[in-house]
Design a protein around this ligand. Structure first.
Ligand code: HEM
Length: 373
Protein backbone atom coordinates (compact mmCIF):
# COMPACT_ATOMS: atom_id res chain seq x y z
CA UNK A 1 0.00 0.00 0.00
CA UNK A 2 1.24 3.46 -0.78
CA UNK A 3 -0.25 6.65 0.53
CA UNK A 4 -0.22 10.22 -0.59
CA UNK A 5 0.40 10.11 -4.38
CA UNK A 6 -2.81 10.87 -6.20
CA UNK A 7 -1.76 10.86 -9.89
CA UNK A 8 -2.21 8.01 -12.42
CA UNK A 9 -4.37 5.81 -10.22
CA UNK A 10 -7.68 4.10 -10.77
CA UNK A 11 -10.94 5.04 -9.09
CA UNK A 12 -12.50 2.45 -6.80
CA UNK A 13 -15.33 0.41 -8.33
CA UNK A 14 -18.77 1.36 -6.97
CA UNK A 15 -21.05 -1.12 -5.23
CA UNK A 16 -24.55 -1.07 -3.80
CA UNK A 17 -23.68 -3.62 -1.05
CA UNK A 18 -25.59 -2.88 2.16
CA UNK A 19 -23.35 -3.79 5.08
CA UNK A 20 -25.93 -2.46 7.56
CA UNK A 21 -28.94 -4.52 6.56
CA UNK A 22 -30.02 -6.77 9.45
CA UNK A 23 -29.17 -9.92 7.47
CA UNK A 24 -25.65 -8.76 6.66
CA UNK A 25 -25.01 -7.52 10.19
CA UNK A 26 -25.74 -11.03 11.44
CA UNK A 27 -23.62 -12.74 8.82
CA UNK A 28 -21.29 -10.33 6.97
CA UNK A 29 -18.63 -12.75 5.76
CA UNK A 30 -19.79 -13.21 2.16
CA UNK A 31 -20.10 -9.45 1.70
CA UNK A 32 -16.60 -8.96 3.09
CA UNK A 33 -15.37 -11.61 0.68
CA UNK A 34 -17.05 -9.79 -2.23
CA UNK A 35 -15.32 -6.57 -1.23
CA UNK A 36 -11.88 -8.11 -1.08
CA UNK A 37 -12.35 -10.16 -4.26
CA UNK A 38 -13.54 -7.09 -6.18
CA UNK A 39 -10.70 -4.60 -5.62
CA UNK A 40 -8.36 -3.23 -2.95
CA UNK A 41 -10.95 -0.48 -2.33
CA UNK A 42 -14.67 -0.57 -3.12
CA UNK A 43 -16.86 2.53 -2.96
CA UNK A 44 -20.12 1.77 -1.11
CA UNK A 45 -22.47 4.13 -2.89
CA UNK A 46 -25.39 4.13 -0.49
CA UNK A 47 -23.21 5.15 2.45
CA UNK A 48 -20.56 7.27 0.73
CA UNK A 49 -17.85 5.14 2.30
CA UNK A 50 -14.70 3.52 0.86
CA UNK A 51 -14.37 -0.11 2.01
CA UNK A 52 -10.98 -1.82 2.33
CA UNK A 53 -11.08 -5.60 2.74
CA UNK A 54 -7.73 -7.23 1.99
CA UNK A 55 -5.58 -8.28 4.94
CA UNK A 56 -2.44 -6.36 4.03
CA UNK A 57 -4.37 -3.20 3.14
CA UNK A 58 -6.47 -3.33 6.33
CA UNK A 59 -3.29 -3.73 8.37
CA UNK A 60 -1.75 -0.78 6.54
CA UNK A 61 -4.78 1.42 7.20
CA UNK A 62 -4.92 0.55 10.89
CA UNK A 63 -1.22 1.27 11.35
CA UNK A 64 -1.11 4.57 9.49
CA UNK A 65 -2.97 7.03 11.71
CA UNK A 66 -1.35 10.02 9.99
CA UNK A 67 -3.16 9.17 6.73
CA UNK A 68 -6.19 7.38 8.18
CA UNK A 69 -7.23 9.32 11.24
CA UNK A 70 -9.38 8.20 14.16
CA UNK A 71 -9.70 11.76 15.43
CA UNK A 72 -12.72 12.34 13.17
CA UNK A 73 -14.37 9.42 14.95
CA UNK A 74 -14.58 5.69 14.32
CA UNK A 75 -18.36 5.62 13.87
CA UNK A 76 -20.33 6.21 10.69
CA UNK A 77 -22.52 9.04 11.95
CA UNK A 78 -21.68 12.57 13.15
CA UNK A 79 -23.48 12.43 16.50
CA UNK A 80 -21.51 9.48 17.84
CA UNK A 81 -18.27 10.73 16.32
CA UNK A 82 -18.69 14.01 18.20
CA UNK A 83 -19.71 12.23 21.41
CA UNK A 84 -16.60 10.05 21.41
CA UNK A 85 -14.12 12.77 20.54
CA UNK A 86 -11.09 12.68 22.84
CA UNK A 87 -11.59 9.07 23.93
CA UNK A 88 -8.85 6.53 23.15
CA UNK A 89 -10.63 5.05 20.13
CA UNK A 90 -11.59 8.55 18.89
CA UNK A 91 -8.24 10.37 19.02
CA UNK A 92 -4.78 10.42 17.41
CA UNK A 93 -1.35 11.06 18.94
CA UNK A 94 -0.31 13.07 20.88
CA UNK A 95 -3.74 13.27 22.56
CA UNK A 96 -4.20 9.53 22.10
CA UNK A 97 -0.87 8.72 23.79
CA UNK A 98 -1.86 10.60 26.93
CA UNK A 99 -5.28 8.94 27.19
CA UNK A 100 -3.89 5.51 26.44
CA UNK A 101 -1.07 5.69 28.94
CA UNK A 102 -3.45 6.86 31.70
CA UNK A 103 -5.59 3.81 30.93
CA UNK A 104 -2.76 1.33 30.62
CA UNK A 105 -1.31 2.51 33.91
CA UNK A 106 -4.31 0.80 35.52
CA UNK A 107 -4.02 -2.28 33.33
CA UNK A 108 -0.35 -3.00 34.03
CA UNK A 109 0.27 -6.70 33.80
CA UNK A 110 1.50 -6.95 37.38
CA UNK A 111 -1.69 -5.37 38.68
CA UNK A 112 -3.90 -7.34 36.37
CA UNK A 113 -2.29 -10.63 37.38
CA UNK A 114 -3.57 -9.96 40.87
CA UNK A 115 -7.10 -9.84 39.46
CA UNK A 116 -6.95 -13.19 37.74
CA UNK A 117 -7.96 -15.07 40.88
CA UNK A 118 -11.00 -12.87 41.30
CA UNK A 119 -12.06 -13.38 37.68
CA UNK A 120 -11.46 -17.11 38.02
CA UNK A 121 -13.53 -17.30 41.17
CA UNK A 122 -16.47 -15.44 39.61
CA UNK A 123 -16.31 -17.70 36.54
CA UNK A 124 -16.21 -20.86 38.63
CA UNK A 125 -19.18 -19.77 40.76
CA UNK A 126 -21.27 -18.82 37.76
CA UNK A 127 -20.45 -21.89 35.68
CA UNK A 128 -21.08 -24.24 38.61
CA UNK A 129 -24.52 -22.69 39.12
CA UNK A 130 -25.38 -22.91 35.40
CA UNK A 131 -24.14 -26.48 35.02
CA UNK A 132 -26.33 -27.39 38.00
CA UNK A 133 -29.31 -25.90 36.15
CA UNK A 134 -28.64 -28.24 33.21
CA UNK A 135 -29.61 -25.84 30.45
CA UNK A 136 -29.14 -22.09 30.07
CA UNK A 137 -28.93 -19.30 27.53
CA UNK A 138 -25.28 -18.83 26.67
CA UNK A 139 -25.55 -15.12 25.91
CA UNK A 140 -27.91 -13.77 28.55
CA UNK A 141 -27.26 -16.25 31.39
CA UNK A 142 -23.51 -16.58 31.00
CA UNK A 143 -21.70 -14.12 28.72
CA UNK A 144 -23.76 -11.04 29.55
CA UNK A 145 -23.98 -11.79 33.26
CA UNK A 146 -20.32 -12.70 33.62
CA UNK A 147 -19.02 -9.66 31.78
CA UNK A 148 -21.37 -7.25 33.53
CA UNK A 149 -20.43 -8.57 36.93
CA UNK A 150 -16.68 -8.87 36.38
CA UNK A 151 -16.10 -5.71 34.33
CA UNK A 152 -18.35 -3.81 36.73
CA UNK A 153 -16.43 -5.09 39.71
CA UNK A 154 -13.04 -4.24 38.19
CA UNK A 155 -14.08 -0.76 37.11
CA UNK A 156 -15.94 -0.13 40.34
CA UNK A 157 -19.48 0.28 39.03
CA UNK A 158 -22.36 -1.18 40.95
CA UNK A 159 -26.12 -1.06 41.50
CA UNK A 160 -28.56 0.35 38.96
CA UNK A 161 -25.87 2.00 36.90
CA UNK A 162 -24.09 -1.29 36.31
CA UNK A 163 -27.36 -3.12 35.70
CA UNK A 164 -28.05 -0.81 32.76
CA UNK A 165 -24.75 -1.58 30.99
CA UNK A 166 -24.81 -5.31 30.32
CA UNK A 167 -28.06 -5.36 28.35
CA UNK A 168 -27.15 -2.01 26.73
CA UNK A 169 -23.95 -3.40 25.23
CA UNK A 170 -25.30 -3.82 21.69
CA UNK A 171 -26.48 -0.22 21.84
CA UNK A 172 -22.94 1.02 21.48
CA UNK A 173 -22.23 -1.02 18.38
CA UNK A 174 -25.61 -0.22 16.89
CA UNK A 175 -25.09 3.48 17.52
CA UNK A 176 -21.93 3.55 15.40
CA UNK A 177 -23.70 2.77 12.12
CA UNK A 178 -24.75 5.18 9.39
CA UNK A 179 -28.16 6.85 9.53
CA UNK A 180 -30.92 4.24 9.52
CA UNK A 181 -33.44 2.56 11.81
CA UNK A 182 -30.90 0.58 13.84
CA UNK A 183 -28.79 3.66 14.49
CA UNK A 184 -31.80 5.90 15.20
CA UNK A 185 -32.99 3.45 17.88
CA UNK A 186 -29.57 3.10 19.47
CA UNK A 187 -28.11 6.63 19.49
CA UNK A 188 -30.43 8.21 22.11
CA UNK A 189 -29.83 5.27 24.49
CA UNK A 190 -26.06 5.44 23.93
CA UNK A 191 -25.98 9.20 24.50
CA UNK A 192 -27.96 8.84 27.71
CA UNK A 193 -25.50 6.23 28.99
CA UNK A 194 -22.58 8.46 28.01
CA UNK A 195 -24.13 11.38 29.89
CA UNK A 196 -24.69 9.13 32.87
CA UNK A 197 -21.00 8.20 32.94
CA UNK A 198 -20.20 11.91 32.77
CA UNK A 199 -22.06 12.37 36.07
CA UNK A 200 -20.08 9.67 37.95
CA UNK A 201 -18.17 10.85 41.01
CA UNK A 202 -15.58 9.16 43.19
CA UNK A 203 -18.32 8.31 45.69
CA UNK A 204 -20.04 6.17 43.05
CA UNK A 205 -16.94 3.97 42.68
CA UNK A 206 -15.99 0.98 44.78
CA UNK A 207 -12.85 1.87 46.78
CA UNK A 208 -9.75 0.25 45.25
CA UNK A 209 -11.35 -0.24 41.82
CA UNK A 210 -9.80 1.05 38.58
CA UNK A 211 -12.36 3.86 38.38
CA UNK A 212 -11.69 4.88 41.98
CA UNK A 213 -7.94 4.95 41.36
CA UNK A 214 -8.50 7.25 38.38
CA UNK A 215 -10.30 9.74 40.63
CA UNK A 216 -7.41 9.47 43.09
CA UNK A 217 -4.95 10.17 40.27
CA UNK A 218 -6.98 13.27 39.38
CA UNK A 219 -6.79 14.44 43.00
CA UNK A 220 -3.01 14.03 42.90
CA UNK A 221 -2.91 16.13 39.73
CA UNK A 222 -1.70 13.24 37.54
CA UNK A 223 -4.76 13.43 35.30
CA UNK A 224 -6.17 16.70 33.96
CA UNK A 225 -9.22 17.88 35.90
CA UNK A 226 -12.55 16.71 34.47
CA UNK A 227 -11.02 14.00 32.32
CA UNK A 228 -11.62 11.14 34.75
CA UNK A 229 -15.11 10.21 33.58
CA UNK A 230 -13.89 10.18 29.99
CA UNK A 231 -11.16 7.75 31.02
CA UNK A 232 -13.73 5.61 32.83
CA UNK A 233 -15.72 5.60 29.61
CA UNK A 234 -12.68 4.08 27.88
CA UNK A 235 -12.95 1.08 30.19
CA UNK A 236 -16.70 0.77 29.82
CA UNK A 237 -17.69 1.63 26.24
CA UNK A 238 -15.43 -0.80 24.38
CA UNK A 239 -15.56 -3.50 27.07
CA UNK A 240 -19.06 -4.91 27.32
CA UNK A 241 -20.38 -6.01 23.97
CA UNK A 242 -16.97 -7.02 22.64
CA UNK A 243 -16.38 -9.41 25.50
CA UNK A 244 -19.97 -10.65 25.63
CA UNK A 245 -19.79 -11.39 21.91
CA UNK A 246 -16.37 -12.96 22.24
CA UNK A 247 -17.41 -15.40 24.96
CA UNK A 248 -20.76 -16.19 23.32
CA UNK A 249 -19.29 -16.79 19.88
CA UNK A 250 -16.34 -18.83 21.11
CA UNK A 251 -18.52 -21.25 23.07
CA UNK A 252 -20.98 -21.39 20.17
CA UNK A 253 -18.19 -22.26 17.76
CA UNK A 254 -16.87 -24.91 20.16
CA UNK A 255 -20.36 -26.39 20.47
CA UNK A 256 -20.19 -27.07 16.75
CA UNK A 257 -16.78 -28.64 17.12
CA UNK A 258 -17.05 -31.22 19.94
CA UNK A 259 -13.65 -32.74 19.17
CA UNK A 260 -11.93 -29.43 19.86
CA UNK A 261 -13.95 -28.96 23.06
CA UNK A 262 -12.78 -32.34 24.26
CA UNK A 263 -9.15 -31.44 23.65
CA UNK A 264 -9.59 -28.15 25.51
CA UNK A 265 -11.07 -29.90 28.52
CA UNK A 266 -7.96 -32.03 28.71
CA UNK A 267 -5.57 -29.11 28.06
CA UNK A 268 -7.08 -25.99 29.65
CA UNK A 269 -3.82 -24.10 29.18
CA UNK A 270 -4.87 -23.81 25.51
CA UNK A 271 -7.93 -21.76 26.43
CA UNK A 272 -6.45 -18.26 26.00
CA UNK A 273 -5.36 -19.10 22.45
CA UNK A 274 -8.70 -20.81 21.81
CA UNK A 275 -10.43 -17.58 22.88
CA UNK A 276 -8.25 -15.67 20.40
CA UNK A 277 -9.33 -18.14 17.75
CA UNK A 278 -12.97 -17.47 18.67
CA UNK A 279 -12.33 -13.75 18.25
CA UNK A 280 -10.78 -14.39 14.86
CA UNK A 281 -13.63 -16.60 13.65
CA UNK A 282 -16.50 -14.37 14.86
CA UNK A 283 -14.70 -11.12 15.45
CA UNK A 284 -16.81 -8.82 17.66
CA UNK A 285 -15.70 -5.60 15.93
CA UNK A 286 -15.78 -6.47 12.27
CA UNK A 287 -15.64 -2.97 10.80
CA UNK A 288 -13.95 0.27 11.79
CA UNK A 289 -14.26 3.76 10.37
CA UNK A 290 -11.33 6.04 9.65
CA UNK A 291 -11.15 9.49 8.10
CA UNK A 292 -8.89 10.23 5.14
CA UNK A 293 -8.52 14.01 5.21
CA UNK A 294 -5.87 14.46 2.51
CA UNK A 295 -6.56 11.53 0.22
CA UNK A 296 -4.40 8.46 -0.34
CA UNK A 297 -3.83 5.53 -2.60
CA UNK A 298 -4.25 1.92 -1.62
CA UNK A 299 -2.75 -0.62 -3.98
CA UNK A 300 -3.19 1.72 -6.93
CA UNK A 301 -6.71 2.85 -6.07
CA UNK A 302 -7.40 6.49 -5.28
CA UNK A 303 -9.12 7.58 -2.09
CA UNK A 304 -10.26 11.18 -2.54
CA UNK A 305 -9.50 13.77 0.18
CA UNK A 306 -12.20 14.03 2.85
CA UNK A 307 -13.38 10.41 2.44
CA UNK A 308 -14.64 8.10 5.14
CA UNK A 309 -12.98 4.72 5.11
CA UNK A 310 -14.24 1.39 6.34
CA UNK A 311 -11.90 -1.48 7.02
CA UNK A 312 -13.41 -4.95 7.25
CA UNK A 313 -12.00 -7.49 9.63
CA UNK A 314 -12.51 -10.54 7.43
CA UNK A 315 -11.79 -14.14 8.35
CA UNK A 316 -8.78 -14.73 6.17
CA UNK A 317 -8.43 -18.37 7.16
CA UNK A 318 -11.72 -20.21 7.38
CA UNK A 319 -10.97 -23.44 9.15
CA UNK A 320 -11.11 -23.19 12.93
CA UNK A 321 -8.26 -24.66 14.94
CA UNK A 322 -9.22 -23.96 18.52
CA UNK A 323 -7.12 -26.48 20.31
CA UNK A 324 -4.51 -27.40 17.78
CA UNK A 325 -1.98 -24.66 18.45
CA UNK A 326 -0.88 -21.96 20.86
CA UNK A 327 -0.90 -19.54 17.94
CA UNK A 328 -4.00 -18.72 15.95
CA UNK A 329 -4.09 -17.45 12.37
CA UNK A 330 -3.47 -13.73 11.88
CA UNK A 331 -6.45 -11.44 12.32
CA UNK A 332 -7.21 -7.81 13.11
CA UNK A 333 -9.79 -8.67 15.75
CA UNK A 334 -7.91 -6.74 18.44
CA UNK A 335 -6.82 -3.81 16.32
CA UNK A 336 -3.28 -2.89 15.37
CA UNK A 337 -0.15 -1.33 16.81
CA UNK A 338 -0.39 1.82 18.90
CA UNK A 339 -4.15 1.63 19.16
CA UNK A 340 -4.65 -2.08 19.53
CA UNK A 341 -7.15 -3.12 22.16
CA UNK A 342 -6.06 -2.15 25.63
CA UNK A 343 -8.38 -4.57 27.36
CA UNK A 344 -7.36 -6.23 30.53
CA UNK A 345 -5.51 -9.52 29.98
CA UNK A 346 -7.55 -10.76 32.94
CA UNK A 347 -10.46 -11.13 30.57
CA UNK A 348 -8.23 -13.14 28.26
CA UNK A 349 -7.09 -15.30 31.16
CA UNK A 350 -10.43 -16.98 30.58
CA UNK A 351 -11.82 -19.74 32.70
CA UNK A 352 -9.71 -22.90 32.62
CA UNK A 353 -11.11 -24.48 35.76
CA UNK A 354 -14.66 -23.75 34.67
CA UNK A 355 -14.17 -25.59 31.42
CA UNK A 356 -13.11 -28.68 33.33
CA UNK A 357 -16.47 -28.88 35.10
CA UNK A 358 -18.56 -27.93 32.11
CA UNK A 359 -19.94 -30.79 30.03
CA UNK A 360 -19.86 -30.32 26.25
CA UNK A 361 -22.13 -27.45 25.16
CA UNK A 362 -24.88 -28.56 22.81
CA UNK A 363 -26.64 -26.13 20.48
CA UNK A 364 -30.41 -25.87 20.93
CA UNK A 365 -32.89 -24.75 18.27
CA UNK A 366 -32.64 -21.15 19.49
CA UNK A 367 -29.03 -20.92 18.36
CA UNK A 368 -27.08 -19.08 16.99
CA UNK A 369 -26.73 -17.34 20.36
CA UNK A 370 -27.10 -13.78 19.14
CA UNK A 371 -30.65 -14.53 17.97
CA UNK A 372 -31.69 -14.70 21.63
CA UNK A 373 -30.12 -11.42 22.79
C1 HEM B 1 -12.79 -9.77 23.48
C2 HEM B 1 -13.10 -8.53 23.75
C3 HEM B 1 -12.56 -7.33 22.97
C4 HEM B 1 -12.31 -7.19 21.63
C5 HEM B 1 -12.50 -8.20 20.52
C6 HEM B 1 -11.80 -5.84 21.44
C7 HEM B 1 -11.40 -5.32 20.21
C8 HEM B 1 -10.83 -4.07 20.03
C9 HEM B 1 -10.37 -3.52 18.79
C10 HEM B 1 -10.45 -4.21 17.44
C11 HEM B 1 -9.87 -2.28 19.02
C12 HEM B 1 -9.24 -1.32 17.99
C13 HEM B 1 -10.28 -0.28 17.52
C14 HEM B 1 -9.68 0.68 16.51
O1 HEM B 1 -8.59 0.46 15.99
O2 HEM B 1 -10.35 1.67 16.20
C15 HEM B 1 -10.02 -2.04 20.43
C16 HEM B 1 -9.64 -0.90 21.06
C17 HEM B 1 -9.86 -0.65 22.39
N1 HEM B 1 -10.38 -1.50 23.34
FE1 HEM B 1 -11.00 -3.38 23.01
N2 HEM B 1 -11.81 -5.21 22.65
C18 HEM B 1 -12.25 -6.09 23.63
C19 HEM B 1 -12.39 -5.85 24.98
C20 HEM B 1 -12.06 -4.68 25.61
C21 HEM B 1 -12.15 -4.43 27.05
C22 HEM B 1 -12.64 -5.44 28.09
C23 HEM B 1 -11.73 -3.15 27.26
C24 HEM B 1 -11.66 -2.41 28.57
C25 HEM B 1 -10.65 -2.49 29.38
C26 HEM B 1 -11.34 -2.60 25.97
C27 HEM B 1 -10.84 -1.33 25.77
C28 HEM B 1 -10.41 -0.85 24.56
C29 HEM B 1 -9.90 0.51 24.35
C30 HEM B 1 -9.76 1.59 25.41
C31 HEM B 1 -9.56 0.63 23.01
C32 HEM B 1 -8.93 1.84 22.31
C33 HEM B 1 -7.45 1.63 22.34
C34 HEM B 1 -6.70 2.74 21.70
O3 HEM B 1 -7.21 3.42 20.78
O4 HEM B 1 -5.56 2.97 22.13
N3 HEM B 1 -11.56 -3.55 25.00
N4 HEM B 1 -10.62 -3.14 21.03
Amino acid sequence: MGTGALGGLTSPPGSDLDLWSREVLLDPWEEFRTIRDTAPVVYLERYDVHAVGRYRDVRGVLRDWQTFTSADGVAFNDLMNEAEMGTAPGSDPPEHDAVRSAMLERLRLTEVRGLVDLVQQRADEMVAELVERGSFDLVTDLAQRFVTQVVGELIGLSGDRLARFGPAGPTFFDSTGPEGDITYDAVPVALELLQDIGRITKDDMTPGSMGWSLFEAEERGEIPPDSTTMLIWNYIGPAFDTTINGIGSTVWALARDPGQWKILKGEPELIPSAFNEGLRMETPISIWARGCRNGADIDGVTIPPGSRLLSCCSRWAWKSRFASSHRCAPSHSRGRRSRSCSRSPSVMASTPASVRVWPAPRPTPSWPPWSTG
